[in-house]
Design a protein around this ligand. Structure first.
Ligand SMILES: [Zn+2]
Length: 273
């Protein structure tokens, strides 16, 4: 999970531009909606990041279908406009899903789902490139008991501090990594609640644990025929590199911070018996 930053404002295609770039049939449905959709998007911008409080625009079944089909049946010109917008996200880790920072981001998620809020089906700030696993786990969920469920990666987490923590334990020759969220009081209270729901909804504790276990198993295999000195040097290099290149609140820096707490224990585990 990480704050990815926002699209460059000049790159965001307007609803009218996207309607023009649609097929002639859909453009005929979408163009009369431009003024209403523009008003809805002003409400969206004013509510950010708490867009879960918005009510859906009233529209006829035909208008709803036109808006959803406009997205689902994107023309090459529309895809190009949206891809150009996505390409303006900051380069650092831009190819990683911001919801999890685990995998690449081939899907465009609708923050407010298009089935409920078709007026934002083509609204660029409502579209976030994410991974398929997060997309599947999120489904159409926006809120839980009135509270927002997911962080908005354009703004959040709002502090540049580690809020994902790992613990490494050694049990019977196995290494067991567990993850949890702990912001050490750094996040605003409401955002802390959103971060916890985000972490739980997307199953990040389990997904991070699996990734860490796979990583450590591969590391152990790669280092099994090396001397103790080489093994330690390799581990130290990894400890330094994780902090430099991986997203701050991904699985990797949290794992390496936990390993740093007891490097000898990790070296013992990495040493073949
Ligand atoms: Zn993801």
């Amino acid at each position: 999970m990480r704050r990815q930053g926002a699209y460059d404002a000049d790159s965001i295609p307007s609803f009218a531009d996207l309607a023009d770039a649609s097929t002639a049939d859909r453009a005929a449905l979408l163009t009369p909606l431009v003024a209403r959709v523009r008003r809805a998007t002003r409400r969206y911008d004013a509510a950010l990041p708490d867009v879960h409080v918005l009510r859906a625009m009233r529209c006829t079944p035909e208008e709803r279908k036109g808006l959803i089909d406009g997205y689902d049946g994107r023309t090459v010109a529309m895809k190009r406009a949206l891809a150009g917008m996505c390409a303006t996200l900051p380069d650092e880790n831009a190819d990683l899903c911001p919801y999890c920072s685990l995998d690449q981001n081939p899907d465009l998620d609708h923050v407010l789902p298009k089935a409920v809020f078709p007026e934002f089906a083509l609204y660029a700030p409502n579209l976030v490139p994410i991974c398929t696993v997060c997309n599947r786990k999120k489904l159409n969920v926006v809120r839980s008991a009135g509270d927002r469920v997911l962080l908005n990666p354009a703004f959040e987490p709002s502090v540049d501090e580690p809020i994902v923590e790992a613990q490494v334990a050694y049990r019977g020759g196995q290494v067991v990594v567990t993850y949890r969220l702990d912001d050490h009081g750094q996040l605003p209270v409401e955002e802390r609640g959103v971060a916890r729901r985000h972490f739980a909804r997307l199953g990040l504790a389990g997904r991070y644990r699996k990734r860490a276990h796979g990583y450590l198993a591969a590391l152990k295999t790669n280092l099994r025929n090396r001397s103790g000195e080489v093994r330690e040097a390799a581990l130290r290099t990894k400890l330094e590199g994780a902090a430099l290149f991986a997203p701050l609140n991904g699985w990797e820096p949290a794992l390496f911070r936990a390993i740093e707490d007891d490097v000898p224990a990790m070296l013992t585990w990495l040493t073949p018996r």
